[in-house]
Design a binder for this molecule. Sequence first.
Ligand code: ATP
Length: 370
Amino acid sequence: MASAQETRTAVEYDGVTKRFDADDGPVVAVDDLDITVRDGEFLVLVGPSGCGKSTTLRLLAGLEEVTEGEVRVGDDVVNDAKPKDRDIAMVFQNYALYPHKTVEENMRFGLEMTTALDDAEIDQRVFEAAEMLSINELLDRRPDALSGGQKQRVALGRAIVREPSVFLMDEPLSNLDAKLRTEMRTELQQLHEQLSVATVYVTHDQTEAMTMGDRIAVLNDGELQQLGTPLECYHEPANRFVAGFIGSPSMNFFELDYDARSGVGSTDGVEYAFTDAQADRIGKATGVTLGVRPEDIELATEAGPDTVEGTVEVVEPMGRENLIHLDVGGTELVASVAGEYDIDFGQTVRLRFPRDRVHVFDGDTGAAVF
Ligand code: ATP
């Protein structure tokens, strides 16, 4: 049984909607959102550009006003609270450091402005955070003498010294080069382990979401699509959007006409026979979307109820595996196949979509059937 500690709520969005009045009419940036962030949890808000991630975070930070619903931090409704009174600390993508202050002054400033801590306590917090982030050698420097990664650490340090009950991070690694970004990901995770403070982290990068989140909230068009662990979202996507967004390379989709009597779905180049149990779940639908992940596709030697044929267009050797791009009856398909095969452009190959791995989505709503 989960302990009270684990289930305590750090943040709650309860029916939260945010509407903007843009010049060309109203925009619903966040639509009736329900999300709970548990104490100590690392929750990632992920979705494509414009889906409402930043707005969701800014509503929690108090940088935007809620149109409808309630935002809570701990037990307090914070809809009308000033940002500084919300017991949160935010780390921005552009670091937002004061250019004329030293690293130490940048880290101290927020504390001096918003808390009644005495100098010795502030020294202590700045020292500890600087140690934790390995920036103690840089305390006298100004931001323009720091690398991107160092600036990011200072921005983190400034948040850590506040000892907030929630950290908010808006794409904090997006200005770093790929290698540094991967390193900082690991560091942020270690930091989170150490501090165990609830964190809401925004990214558009599904790999970042998958590797960092205890749970991820997938947003599209201002609406929550799924809230679950990375593996839940990967293995049991709630709908076609999540299925296509989570996982790289993306899941392949086929729009099939479905014959409920035979349990067979078909389109150009595909005739896929579902098992009886699968057909029971599909029921009387006349159209379904079949989804199969590139890594679940196998090369097959013989035709079967779960095989299709495709023409090879491109082979990308990736080391341990090959990414094969194929044309299956006019639909583009990507298969990721491990091992060394002699596969050439233009060749016809047979592929198996294993029946215990495929996904099916409602042809109209996109909701997962299985
Ligand atoms: P990105 O990854 O590109 O930053 P996002 O997922 O963070 O995108 P938001 O910035 O939250 O998305 O924007 C959500 C929607 O709200 C978009 O359609 C955006 O144009 C709109 N929006 C955001 N801020 C405002 C504003 N101040 N006035 C009008 N519309 C806004």
